[in-house]
Design a protein around this ligand. Structure first.
Ligand code: GLA
Length: 402
């Protein structure tokens, strides 16, 4: 499906795919958006503040529960061989399996809450580009969670559902992610970005100033290094927090941290902690700047965030740096930075609405000249978080039970 597909179109396609491959009717359908993080990077796992925005690209899951302890999936991406179906055991925690491991992880979360369902068949259709760092895995987890709750799994508050999905990713995909992505795709409010306190899980919607739109620019690269560096950064933060005597770096104070972590042998930990502590302050400054429509403040916070991720946290890469350098030179780009985990994926730009087309062209052309690669530029709008999809009566012959 292309980027302009509506949830209804994606849902109809998911139901059709389910019927074709499983020769049965799905009994619940749910949609979850992707997300782009505006600021607050690599701080969620230290209890920090973040500000993602759910975007108008969705993943839709149509599913049916079963009595067999297996999870079977089909996706429009067509990665299931001749049958189109990928399959794993419902308790396979090896993290090596195909994408249905995320589904198995979510199912397992509800089973641990006492729900008795053994397995799931699921069909997935998406307008969310995979591998662009826009949280397609959190969208999959959350869409499946919402659909399972439609089928009678324990109904959770959105923040608890986000935690369950995060745990699924830890236990079944082997990715020790924070909770930002699952909260963003689960709890967002239409028309707003979301200021999240990752310690309390409190979410507050914040509108973008009128006339500013978000562009997501996908580098088209994904450096494998990120897979090993992400857990390494988390471990470095833990070490720094221990040395500083705080439970989370959220509680550390910059001057004390720099003094305690002085010396060449602690330079790496000092840099990591400095990034986290200052990034959390930048989120506060950024929220204030958005609310006051202070474009200089928006620009400064995003620029400083990127430089810190590049130099102190060391999670950027030449392709992301090239995009950000281009964005900084272009009139009408109010702020830009890398977004998400890093080592590839996307940059985000906040751009004056009137120049979006020319900025998109200039970025694509400049990136081609600088790197020889093609960037894809998406204009994205803030949307609401995950929800069940009610199917038109003709689409489902056996309506979902409550
Ligand atoms: C990934 C993780 C998130 C967060 C970001 C970095 O997207 O899934 O939890 O840590 O990286 O901000």
């Amino acid at each position: 499906m292309n980027g302009s597909s509506s949830i209804a179109e994606l849902a109809a396609a998911a139901v059709t795919l389910f019927r074709q491959r499983f020769e049965a009717e799905p009994d619940a359908v749910a949609a979850a958006p992707g997300r782009v993080n505006l600021i607050g990077e690599h701080v969620d796992y230290e209890g920090g503040l973040v500000m993602p925005m759910a975007i108008d690209r969705w993943l839709v899951a149509a599913l049916k529960t079963s009595d067999h302890p297996v999870v079977r999936g089909v996706s429009a991406a067509g990665d299931g061989g001749a049958s189109g179906i990928v399959e794993i055991s419902a308790d396979d925690r090896s993290a090596r399996g195909p994408w249905v491991k995320y589904v198995a992880g979510v199912l397992n979360g509800y089973r641990e809450l006492g729900w008795g369902v053994a397995g799931v068949d699921v069909a997935v259709v998406s307008s969310l580009p995979a591998g662009a760092g826009l949280s397609s895995s959190a969208a999959l987890e959350t869409a499946v969670a919402v659909a399972l709750e439609q089928r009678g799994a324990p109904a959770l508050e959105p923040a608890d559902r986000a935690r369950l999905c995060q745990q699924a990713e830890h236990d079944f995909a082997g990715v020790p992610c924070g909770v930002m992505d699952q909260l963003a795709v689960g709890c967002a409010t239409e028309g707003h970005a979301l200021a999240i306190d990752c310690r309390t899980l409190d979410c507050s919607p914040v509108a973008l100033p009128s006339g500013l739109v978000a562009l997501v620019v996908d580098t088209g690269v994904h450096h494998e290094l990120g897979e090993s560096e992400y857990p390494k950064r988390r471990a470095e933060c833990r070490e720094a927090a221990d040395l500083l005597g705080v439970e989370l770096l959220r509680d550390a104070v910059i001057d004390q941290a720099q003094a305690r972590l002085a010396g060449d042998d602690r330079a790496v930990l000092r840099n990591r902690a400095t990034h986290v502590i200052n990034e959390i302050s930048r989120v506060r400054d950024f929220v204030a700047a958005l609310q006051a429509d202070d474009r200089g403040g928006i620009r400064r916070a995003m620029a400083w965030s990127h430089d810190s991720l590049r130099d102190l946290y060391e999670v950027s890469c030449p392709e992301l740096d090239a995009l950000v350098s281009l964005g900084r030179e272009l009139p009408g780009v109010v702020g830009c930075r890398m977004t998400g985990g890093g080592f590839g994926g996307s940059a985000v730009m906040l751009v004056e609405e009137g120049v979006v087309g020319s900025v998109a062209e200039a970025v694509a052309e400049g990136y081609r000249l600088a790197t020889g690669l093609e960037a894809s530029v998406l204009k994205v709008a803030p949307v609401a978080g995950a929800a069940a999809v009610e199917l038109a009566p003709e689409a489902v012959t056996q309506p979902a039970e409550p």
